[in-house]
Design a protein around this ligand. Structure first.
Ligand code: H2B
Length: 113
């Protein structure tokens, strides 16, 4: 499954540890997502996006927010004038699920031109 495939998939509701990905699956999926990194505890993926100014940063946040609502899967956001850090993690499984990687790939697709 490459990141194009990932970006065409949709999140599915998942609750419970059985939906958590194992380390090998996480490593494999991360390789398809340039710039995305595993948080130190292995329970989230993170990327910091850079923008020319506040308007571009806010546009990105709005686009991500729209997609996140469509997918019913929501990131943690930290933003400043010219950057936004996104963090994906699945609260309902207490770690990473496929939904996090689908949303990360969908974010990359938003920026592709
Ligand atoms: C019912 C609904 O699908 C859940 O509450 C969703 C909403 N958005 C979510 N977002 C994230 N990041 N993790 C979740 O576990 C999660 N659960």
């Amino acid at each position: 499954m490459n990141s194009n495939d990932l970006a065409t998939r949709h999140c599915r509701p998942c609750k419970g540890k059985e939906h958590a990905l194992d380390a090998a699956q996480v490593t494999d999926l991360l390789q398809q997502l340039p710039g995305w990194q595993l948080r130190h505890d292995g329970a989230a993926i993170i990327k910091d996006f850079r923008f020319a100014d506040f308007h571009h940063t806010l546009g990105f946040i709005n686009a991500v927010g729209f997609m996140a609502n469509q997918e019913d899967h929501h990131p943690d956001l930290e933003a400043g004038y010219g950057h936004c850090q996104l963090l994906w993690s699945t609260h309902d499984v207490g770690g990473l699920s496929l939904n996090d990687f689908i949303c990360a790939a969908r974010v990359e697709a938003l920026l592709a031109r």
